[in-house]
Design a protein around this ligand. Sequence first.
Ligand code: ATP
Length: 119
Amino acid sequence: MKARLKSFGYALNGIREVIKSEMNMRIHLAASFLVIIMGLIFSINWIEWIFIIICIALVLSAEIANTVVEKYLDAMHPEFNPKVGLIKDMAAAAVLILAMSSFIIGMIIFLPKIIDLLT
Ligand SMILES: Nc1ncnc2c1ncn2[C@@H]1O[C@H](COP(=O)(O)OP(=O)(O)OP(=O)(O)O)[C@@H](O)[C@H]1O
């Protein structure tokens, strides 16, 4: 049990480190917080909450994976290397695709409600 709690602590430490070192992670967290507030304000239904939670989890996890790739490559290949650059670009592309898809899902959920509110 103690060992389980310890590895949970290591994972929390990993999250703390990514938040501390990555501006993009802080932006994703701020956007997630905003979306959760909007979900509460507009009383979205449970299916919409499931989509929102999946999107938030995917974007944050992808950002963490992207940071792992960056930090690993910086540690193993600190020199300039176009191949290293391309691998970093690809890892960043995964985050971009998930963030853009999540933005579209957010629009599908919230835009009709915002339009309803305004009309
Ligand atoms: N060692 C390298 N060799 C060649 N190009 C690199 C190298 N390191 C970084 N790059 C290029 O610079 C870009 C930014 O890399 P960097 O490690 O600074 O990520 P970052 O700006 O912190 O990214 P993020 O915004 O996702 O945190 C990479 O996507 C890549 O195109």
